[in-house]
Design a protein around this ligand. Structure first.
Ligand SMILES: C[S@@+](CC[C@H](N)C(=O)[O-])C[C@H]1O[C@@H](n2cnc3c(N)ncnc32)[C@H](O)[C@@H]1O
Length: 447
């Protein structure tokens, strides 16, 4: 496949993602799996899609003074992709970027569009880009410089201050390393690191989970160990499995389980002994949990499609030793792998999600045994969905408290992070190079 075909595919994906036709990481994965991409082509495709999407607001700022007429979405994305390569990538010389972009414009549009694209890009080359220093307001500047909508930057700054917000927004522009979790009933972490090394994949032991390996070099997805022994999982998510504190023989509920990364981790911690009920609102997604558990030989998992706001027909009060509520959330912690989220989410979405989070907490909490533990987690950096949600819950359910052992039980590397508060731990992406993530562990009083 030639580079021009890769660029055309990248353009199609960018248009689709921006029109809400799918998440970037899923579409990229499917396109690469189904197409005949060499690993070099797959690398370029990923770079173009992620890079252009990540930097869209900065690129729009640059393009603004050069594009004086309304353009169709694909032309806008074609120009954006070209600017991304000219400004942020060294690998292709500008004249080649302009040539390729004009060729694509000719094929996809007509001569007029091709000459418009040529004109804009040559103008940029000749005149240079406007300076970001012209933006006086520091919030606006950070917003444009790091491509995060202004309302979001204001929200972050209000809660976490300018310094943390800046570090987080800058981190969100970087590539994220892949990490995997080993199935400990099948393999030993050091052994796996050794096997991977022999196959040219360099992995290092996670500081967050005893089962985690951070991949420093190489592609683990096509390794024969994948699927039956290894699960791709961000280290922040592994922290959940560590903190649920599930033991062999317990009865455990995972209320929002799909696609099953945390369910299977908990089942591993239980050494596949006891019972683990895993629900998800969408039966199709619950099937994924079942498949994942089967692939890892974890037979204690029973996955079902159900609304966890109404589990009464299935379970009596005070049934579970442990409950995980990995709640549906705004996803503002995973902007490195789903950059489009930052442009699509609204404060109204957050308001609606908070209602669901509250309803879930209300309905599952009676199912926990006295003395039992409930982990509440989200993959977002949003105080309303995190700390304030915990505060609301504890105010309304005085039979719960933040587990006094919560911070003591955290891995050492998490114990002095700035996001640790009396409500739980807010991990920022720049803290430990993970996703942004929140978790807390609550305990039902009475024993
Ligand atoms: C953050 S994801 C869970 C990720 C999962 N714990 C993992 O580690 O793979 C939240 C999940 O909650 C599910 N969900 C949303 N509302 C729900 C509800 N009312 N009852 C059960 N599941 C729900 C969504 O379908 C989604 O799969």
């Amino acid at each position: 496949m030639g580079e021009q075909q890769v660029r055309r595919t990248a353009l199609e994906l960018l248009v689709r993602i921006s029109e809400g036709g799918g998440f970037s990481h899923i579409l990229l994965h499917q396109t690469i799996e189904n197409g005949s991409f060499s690993s070099k082509d797959a690398g370029l495709l990923t770079e173009l899609v992620y890079g252009t999407m990540q930097r869209k607001m900065t690129i729009d700022y640059y393009l603004d003074s050069f594009v004086k007429r309304k353009t169709s979405p694909w032309v806008n994305w074609l120009l954006s992709m070209a600017v991304y390569q000219m400004v942020f990538l060294d690998r292709v010389p500008d004249h080649a970027v302009i040539y390729e972009s004009v060729e694509i414009a000719k094929k996809k549009g007509h001569k007029g569009i091709a000459s418009f694209v040529n004109g804009v890009l040559r103008n940029i080359q000749r005149k240079g880009l406007p300076s970001l220093d012209d933006i006086q307001d520091p919030i606006k500047r950070l917003s444009i410089e790091t491509s995060h909508p202004e309302w979001l930057v204001r929200r972050f700054v209000r809660w976490y201050g300018m310094e943390i917000t800046r570090k987080m927004c800058q981190k969100n522009l970087e590539h994220k390393k892949v990490s995997v979790r080993i199935q400990p009933l099948k393999a030993d972490r050091d052994e796996i690191i050794h096997i991977l090394k022999k196959d040219g994949i360099i992995g290092t032991a996670s500081r967050i989970s005893s089962q985690g390996i951070v991949i420093q070099k190489g592609n683990v997805i096509h390794h024969p160990l994948f699927e039956h022994t290894l699960t791709v999982q961000d280290e922040s998510s592994m922290l959940v499995g560590e903190m649920v504190d599930a033991k062999p023989g317990m009865t455990v509920l995972d209320a929002c389980s799909a696609p099953g990364g945390k369910t299977t981790h908990i089942a591993e911690k239980m050494q596949n002994q006891g019972k683990l009920y895993a629900y998800d609102l969408h039966p199709k997604k619950a099937k994924l949990v079942e498949e994942k558990a089967r692939a890892l030989d974890l037979t204690i998992v029973e996955a079902k499609g159900a609304d966890s706001r109404n589990l009464e027909p299935f379970h009596s009060p005070e049934t579970f030793d442990r409950i995980l509520l990995d709640a549906p959330c705004s996803g503002l912690g995973v902007l490195r792998s789903k950059p489009e989220i930052k442009y699509q989410k609204t404060s109204e979405d957050i308001r609606q999600l908070k209602t669901v989070q509250k309803e879930l907490l209300q309905s599952i909490s009676p199912l926990l045994k006295k003395g039992g533990k409930l982990v509440y987690s989200t993959c977002t950096v949003d105080r309303e969905e995190n700390e304030q949600m915990v505060e609301w819950f504890l105010n309304h359910y005085p039979d719960f408290e933040v587990d006094p052992d919560f911070s003591r039980d955290l891995p050492e590397v998490c114990q002095r992070l700035p996001g640790l508060s009396k409500w739980g731990l807010q991990l920022f992406p720049h803290d430990l190079d993970t996703d942004g993530f929140f978790l807390t562990r609550l305990r039902k009083k009475g024993v």
